[in-house]
Design a protein around this ligand. Structure first.
Ligand SMILES: [Zn+2]
Length: 66
């Protein structure tokens, strides 16, 4: 399963409802969905976004989210 752009359009941050930035690995598989406003990275496991605050990874200040 892959995340297509229509699905990505529907996914928003569960905390602030802003749009998310999809990160991919070197094989272009989705790895994380990032809320830039909250600096949280939600994991994508086996192509399934895990939109749970307690599963999210806080982004270190030095990590580029652009
Ligand atoms: Zn957010």
């Amino acid at each position: 399963m892959t995340i297509d752009h229509r699905l990505l359009d529907l996914l928003v941050c569960p905390l602030c409802k802003s749009n998310l930035v999809l990160k991919r690995d070197a094989q272009l598989r989705p790895t994380e969905l990032i809320c830039v406003a909250d600096r949280l990275a939600f994991p994508v496991r086996d192509g399934i976004p895990v939109m749970l605050e307690n599963e999210a990874r806080p982004l270190p200040a030095e990590e580029d989210v652009a």
